[in-house]
Design a protein around this ligand. Structure first.
Ligand code: SAH
Length: 236
């Protein structure tokens, strides 16, 4: 497997979009320029379901009002409370690594804006997402419901422990950087299922780890390259 190369620097200025312009075009340009191409040496995402989804989910509805014009730029954006919505490429790449499909049950740790949850909900039927900052989790829940993703189940809590009441998941994506792979999350993976998680110290470059649970319960891990995420914080 070739490593992902993720641009850490923010690229490009604000898109010159007028409110009346068609964001669909911006989304298509985002996919062709940033996600399907080898821009800056990154590994192109080829999964057709992921590409179709990235062309359809209205990312501009998940950013703050003042950032709408930057919603389709090749960069993360602030969403309040010191958190960020990930760069479009990294959302696509992490989703593709999960190898999920219709009928699958997927868990996300770090709801944030709800954008990654919406992307997952377009591909898998059932999505659970956990957020530790209550106001973020609540506004994401409202936003997801308004946009037709009301079936995404959200909880407020420390995602280190996953969603213990639920049967094992077909995929888990962690969108905040952990110091280590949380054992409760490995436990909640089905045999054969994958987890994608950034591992490393806070505010440093971390490693995007792909973890696959084997039939005997052991895991195989691959380092997919350098990424930069906000830290996975721990409830006291
Ligand atoms: N997936 C989000 C981006 C998330 S940024 C999106 O698409 O917008 C990371 C998020 O993880 C932040 O909202 C942060 O509050 C949350 N987070 C950090 N530590 C957490 C924990 N222990 N459990 C659940 N969420 C956590």
């Amino acid at each position: 497997m070739s490593p992902l190369v993720v641009a850490v620097a923010a690229l490009g200025a604000a898109l010159p979009l007028q409110e009346s312009e068609d964001y669909r075009e911006a989304r298509h340009a985002m996919v062709s320029r940033q996600i399907e191409s080898a821009l800056g040496g990154r590994e192109p995402v080829r999964d057709t379901a992921v590409l179709r989804t990235m062309r359809s989910v209205p990312r501009h509805k998940f950013v703050r009002a003042g950032d709408v014009r930057r919603a389709y730029a090749d960069r993360p954006l602030p969403i309040g409370h010191g958190q960020t919505i990930s760069q479009p490429y990294i959302v696509a790449a992490m989703t593709a690594l999960l190898e999920i499909g219709p009928g699958d049950v997927v868990l996300e740790i770090g709801t944030g804006s709800g954008y990654q949850a919406a992307v997952l909900a377009e591909i898998a039927d059932s999505v659970y997402t956990v957020e530790i900052i209550q106001p973020l989790g609540e506004s994401a829940r409202h936003r997801l419901a308004e946009l037709g993703y009301g079936h995404v189940r959200g909880a407020i809590g420390d995602g280190y422990f996953g969603w213990p009441d639920h049967p094992p998941f077909d995929g888990i994506v962690v969108t905040a950087a952990a110091s280590h792979i949380p054992p409760p999350l490995v436990e909640q993976l089905k045999p054969g299922a994958r987890m994608v998680i950034p591992v490393g110290g806070p505010f440093q470059v971390q490693s995007l780890m792909l973890v696959e649970k084997q039939a005997d319960g052991s895991v195989i891990q691959w380092n997919m390259g350098a990424v930069r995420f906000v830290p996975l914080t721990r409830g006291e």
